[in-house]
Design a protein around this ligand. Structure first.
Ligand code: FES
Length: 235
């Protein structure tokens, strides 16, 4: 865009994709670390405006000075915790008892997400929602991708992503974050097995879908093609 867009340029846009949607639930536990409050603030405000649900917030930051919007979270169901003053908050008391009526939403730095992931291992997976800023990247072996619509064979070397290799061979694949967190570049896996490095696919999607910007083939060859998108992808 820096190179090509000027005042007056017409841009084609689409609706935003939401990989961190707020699902209906009787109760919520929100855990925000630092600037991770950004998506969670909107959710909490919306739910409290509707006044229909039990909404608890744990907002974890280093100090009061580094706590954006702290004046908004002073209610009886808000815990704003500063690690400089009190050390790290023990999350176990909030997560020890799994509850199918509660959805846990967490956004923040990787160690916080990892802690929530570990401490909710005994919860039903569908009740835990995390929003990551980046996905882990891993160098893997080269492989061959076959583009199903025309049988084009594309060599994917270790240093290139599947997305980039397909594009260099003339296969247009849409992308956005290119970090494995938005899901825009998802493709269907028709043969072979994917080695997943993304943070967006559900367990149900993984056998038949690959996120081309970060994931690779687990086998020497994989056959991929455009994903038939459902209405929920394009509300
Ligand atoms: Fe966002 Fe691939 S472009 S997940």
């Amino acid at each position: 865009m820096h190179n090509d867009v000027a005042v007056g340029t017409t841009l084609r846009t689409s609706l935003p994709a939401n990989r961190f949607p707020l699902h209906p639930s009787p109760k919520y536990l929100f855990i925000a670390g630092g600037i991770g409050i950004t998506p969670i603030r909107s959710m909490v405000r919306q739910l409290r405006a509707e006044a229909k649900t039990d909404t608890r917030l744990l907002y974890l930051t280093q100090s009061a000075e580094e706590t954006p919007f702290r004046e908004e979270f002073t209610g009886p169901h808000d815990t704003v915790h500063h690690s400089d003053d009190h050390g790290l908050l023990d999350l176990w008391p909030y997560l020890a008892e799994p509850d199918d009526d509660t959805r846990v939403y967490c956004c923040g730095p990787a160690p916080l997400m990892q802690a929530v992931h570990t401490l909710t291992a005994h919860w039903r997976a569908s009740r835990i929602h995390v929003e990551q800023f980046t996905a882990e990247r891993k160098i893997s072996a080269p492989f061959t991708a076959v583009w199903a619509p025309d049988g084009l064979r594309v060599e994917v070397p270790a240093h290139l992503s599947l997305l980039e290799a397909l594009r260099r061979n003339g296969v247009p694949v849409e992308s956005s974050c290119e970090a494995g967190v938005c899901g825009t570049c998802r493709l269907a896996v028709l043969e072979g097995e994917a080695e997943h490095h993304d943070s967006v696919l559900t367990d149900e999607e993984r056998p038949s879908t690959i996120v081309a910007c970060v994931s690779r083939a687990a086998s020497s060859e994989i056959v991929v093609g455009p994903l038939v998108r459902s209405r929920k992808d394009h509300p």
